[in-house]
Each structure stands twice: as C-alpha cells, then as structure tokens.
Design a protein around this ligand. Structure first.
Ligand SMILES: [Mg+2]
Length: 216
C-alpha cells in the first residue's frame, strides 16, 4: 500500500507537503497528560524530555524507561479516546490541498495505523498517511522523487527535520509544535529549519516558499 502511495505521489507534479501527525496535526502532549492523569502519573515540563519528567502523582517517583514505553503503547492503542486536532490544522491543510499534494508521515508503530486512520477520518482529515518506525529522511526523499518538485516537511522533532535535511536538501523544513509549554522548552531547531508558531504562520511560510519557486 505504501508502494502504491509513493508511486502515485511521485507521478504528481504538484508541490508536496509532508506533514507529521503528533503535535502537528493532532495534539499529543496535552492529551498524553490527560491519559497519564488517568494512570495516576503526570508529565512535568521541567525539560524537553519525557524521561525523568513522567512522575507518579502518588509518590513522586519517576516512571522508568520501560513504563514510559508502556504508557505510549497504551496511549497510541486508545488514541481515539484522547487525541484532538491541533488548532487550524484541518482548515489550513484543506486550503493548501487546492494547490499541493498532502501526505502524512507519522513516526508511530504501524500496528496503530488503523486506529489513527479511523480517528483522522472521523475528523474528516482524509489525506493519505504513512506510519513508520524508520528514519523519515529517506522516506520523504522517496515521496518527493528525483524530479525535485517543490516540497515542504513539517515536524515537531529536530531529529526528523535533520533527517529530511540530509536526504532531501531542497525540501523546506518547518518546525511546529502544538504545545506552547513544550515549544518554549525546545532548543533552537537548527540551521535551515523555519520555526512556525501555529498553522496560520506555517501557511504563510509554505505559500511564500512555493511562490518563490514559481518565480524562478
Ligand atoms: Mg510529532
């Protein structure tokens, strides 16, 4: 199925927007807080990490790496109960789709693909989605194709942005994060990465980028 999607996208000559899901199209951190609260845990915004910052409400002890992994696994399996769209994500993407192809690239174990697909469909967010455990750079480069058409990649995590920078150097990179609290803790996104405060800001950056390429 991914091969068909890659083939279809590579055959298109429209600009391409490759977009992360968690903290970009769907809120992740606020809903994850709600989920942790249901488990008697809390994510403290002490630094830009989960590890060490997820602590028991009962006795203050930090959740182990394994426990955090289990929390994430249960959260993803039941994400349709918790996650909600980031503000203006749908309206901006729907408008961009009039001029560009849109594809979601989510770093989530593919076993949770169906529940996420159903959640997005129920929100009437129907763009195709690839779920992967692999680095995003090579996948993004494959979606853009050798012709090097105008492209944008949006993600909240620097590792993913830098991976795409390495494999698709002409792709415009946008760092965006739904949570104001954790965005304030994030280190600078790195060279060549644009910072968008919200979807309307990202919309302006994307449209200006595509317009500048049309003028060449
Ligand atoms: Mg994300």
């Amino acid at each position: 199925m991914i091969d068909d999607l890659v083939h279809e996208l590579r055959a298109s000559t429209r600009p391409l927007v490759i977009c992360d899901i968690d903290e970009v199209v769907l809120e992740f951190l606020d809903p994850f807080q709600d989920f942790l609260a249901s488990m008697q845990y809390r994510l403290h915004a002490d630094s830009f990490h989960l590890k060490g910052n997820v602590r028991s409400v009962v006795d203050g002890s930090a959740a182990s790496h394994e426990a955090i992994h289990e929390f994430e696994e249960t959260f993803f399996a039941t994400q349709d109960r918790w996650q909600r769209p980031a503000r203006n994500a749908k309206s901006v993407l729907d408008a961009l789709h009039e001029m560009a192809d849109i594809v979601f690239l989510t770093a989530m174990p593919p076993r949770h693909h169906a529940v996420r697909r159903t959640l997005l469909d129920n929100l009437d967010i129907r763009f195709p989605m690839i779920s992967t455990d692999e680095a995003k750079g090579p996948i993004a480069a494959g979606l853009i194709g050798a012709a090097g058409r105008p492209s944008v990649f949006i993600d909240d995590l620097h590792t993913n942005l830098h991976s795409v920078r390495s494999h698709a150097p002409d792709c415009m990179l946008i760092n965006m994060m739904a949570s104001d609290v954790f965005r304030a803790l994030a280190p600078p996104p790195g060279e060549g990465v644009n910072l968008a405060l919200d979807w309307n800001h990202a919309d302006n950056l994307i449209r200006a980028h595509f317009a500048s390429l049309r003028a060449l």
